[in-house]
Design a protein. Structure first.
Lengths: 135, 151
């Protein structure tokens, strides 16, 4: 005797739904993993760009310190970086007659890094005696 | 009086064979999808762990190199980084899976590289870490860079 449609257990349907759920979980996991890797790569690229800016800022700071300048300076950047909303500032202040500190701050669109450079007067010339990479 | 015989409609051999073949294919597909889900989940977690371990180690190494006054590469697996204050920090790759750091106070830290082979080299201003790919990682010391740029 055949069962009526209402009494069918729906084995195929349940199995199909389970399989589709598993496939959906797999695709979601894959998507999350790929998205995380893409985000990490973007962050690493931005971080590398910011470190380059900090190195450029250190060179500017060295020049300014050598010329006995102090205060906050905004450094002009190439157009390619301006389009990325990049900014680089150097803030130099005196700690003592033989020591100056320069705070170099670099930022991109949503990302920011800084470093603190300590300059010491050695043999009549200002030299970087310490460089602390900030966040 | 003859008994009435009820005739139940059955399945032909071909119908049963076709159903069994379809069920077999269905079962194999479901096992493969399930395995893929489990493997992907595990691989994703491993990748996340290794990535965070390597990122953490590279962050610490970059911080050390950024403020160093000397980089000494004893061999491709070990380096000494001397800070501007004179404190020496040693980094060593055990050749298998672990990167370790020992600071001037003797405190050690260890990271799992997840099977990635690391090799160090230096041009006296920066440290290059090669992982066997075409794009090695380069970390520059601000102090050594300033010395080379100074007139």
């Amino acid at each position: 005797m055949r069962t009526s449609p209402a009494n069918r257990p729906g084995f195929a349907m349940v199995t199909a739904i389970m399989l589709l759920s598993l496939a959906a979980i797999t695709v979601t996991l894959l998507g999350v993993t790929i998205t995380n890797q893409v985000r990490r790569t973007e962050m690493a690229a931005e971080d590398a760009q910011l470190r380059q800016l900090l190195s450029a800022g250190a060179a500017v700071a060295q020049t300014r310190v050598a010329s006995n300048s102090s205060g906050r300076f905004s450094i002009s950047l190439p157009d390619a970086l301006k389009q990325l909303s990049a900014e680089l500032t150097v803030d130099i202040h005196d700690v003592s007659p033989a020591q100056k500190i320069a705070e170099v701050d670099a930022s991109l669109d949503n990302h920011h890094r800084s470093q603190r450079l300590t300059f010491a007067l050695q043999n009549g010339a200002w030299q970087i005696s310490r460089a602390d990479l900030g966040m | 009086m003859p008994r009435s015989i009820s005739i139940r409609p059955g399945f032909t051999m071909i119908e049963i064979m076709a159903t069994l073949i379809l069920l077999g294919i269905f079962f194999e597909a479901s096992v493969k999808v399930f395995n893929s889900t489990v493997l992907l989940s595990s691989a994703s977690q491993d990748l996340c762990d290794h990535t965070s371990q390597i990122d953490s180690a590279m962050h610490q190494l970059r911080t050390d190199v950024w403020n160093c006054a000397a980089i000494t590469v004893a061999d491709p697996k070990s380096i000494d980084v001397v800070s501007a204050g004179g404190a020496k920090t040693s980094w060593q790759f055990d050749g298998k899976n672990h990167l370790s750091r020992t600071d001037a106070d003797g405190q050690s830290a260890r990271w799992d590289t997840g099977g990635i082979e690391l090799a160090f080299s230096s041009d006296k201003v920066s440290l290059t870490i090669s992982d066997g790919t075409a794009s090695p990682m380069r970390m520059t010391s601000q102090i050594l860079l300033a010395r080379t740029e100074a007139p």
